[in-house]
Design a binder for this molecule. Structure first.
Ligand code: ZN
Length: 275
């Protein structure tokens, strides 16, 4: 094969891919509400947000048809009460708020774009109080407010483009042996994976901080968020759930998240409106 020609082709391809990425980033830089963090997100335009909300409505409707709804009136009333209060301060684009309790023992909750929130009946043994429930709902909705899913998808696309460009440069480098090229490509892949895990953990901590702010703004004591995550950590320990080292996990260690939230409390408490 004509090596200089191949190398030239790969380099021009790499330059083209980097140029595409740079232009996309110019139009995709946005600021996370209440966090102030700059975010690279291809899905931040009002049109894309509206489309994501529509997808959230559709997915939530499907879930309501396929998953058993809870008939526990106290749980349903608590979720309606807490959700309604929080919905006044959570800046979700195109929100059509709905808070549903599913009959599922797994202690979990989730929020879709467009303000659709599901809480499993198994969560109430841990949340216990309105403030505990507000912590979890605030955290889940904060992922939507901060467009974390869109940011992750953007990161995957950007990583694929940058990876293709890097691969082009490595493959066209005639000074490297085949073994060196394979090792470099492998190392780049490993760095990409670790970065994306660290990125997910950062999103979790950001959702904790935003959730504490929403609690404070609606009269729930944000210090209760710390107590909720301690209860969650104890619950997991009681179930003997195995833990991965933090650097291999998409979630921060419980101690990391509790310490981070405690450090953030002064800011949340400054906005705390006692009911
Ligand atoms: Zn989360």
């Amino acid at each position: 094969m004509d090596q200089p020609a191949t190398r030239k082709r790969f380099l021009s391809c790499a330059r083209y891919l980097f140029a595409v990425l740079s232009i996309l980033s110019l139009f995709s830089c946005t600021v996370v509400p209440d966090s102030g963090r700059q975010q690279f997100n291809f899905y931040s335009s009002p049109e894309k947000q509206a489309r994501l909300a529509q997808m959230g409505f559709d997915e939530f409707n499907k879930l309501k048809q396929s998953k058993k709804l809870s008939s526990h009136s106290a749980y349903k009333e608590q979720v309606r009460r807490v959700g309604k209060r929080l919905s006044h301060v959570m800046p979700v684009p195109n929100a059509q708020w709905e808070f549903i309790v599913f009959d599922d023992p797994e202690p979990n909750a989730f929020a879709f774009p467009g303000g659709k929130v599901g809480v499993n009946s198994g969560l109430f043994q841990i949340t216990k109080t309105d403030a505990g429930l507000a912590t979890v709902i605030g955290h889940e909705v904060a992922h939507v407010v901060a467009s974390h899913a869109g940011e992750r998808m953007t990161g995957n696309i950007a990583t694929a483009i940058a990876g293709a460009a890097a691969y082009g440069i490595i493959a066209s480098n005639t000074d490297m042996s085949t073994g060196q090229r394979a090792a470099t490509a492998g190392a780049l892949g490993g760095v990409g994976t670790l970065n994306s895990l660290r990125f997910s953990r950062g999103q979790e901590l950001e959702a904790d901080r935003l959730g504490a702010l929403y609690m404070a703004r609606t009269g729930y004591d944000p210090r209760e968020a710390v107590n909720l995550w301690i209860r969650f950590a104890n619950f997991k320990l009681s179930k003997g759930s195995g833990r991965k080292p933090e650097f291999l996990s998409t979630h921060p260690l419980d101690s990391t998240r509790i310490n981070a939230l405690e450090r953030f409390l002064p800011r949340a408490l400054a906005e705390y409106q006692r009911p």
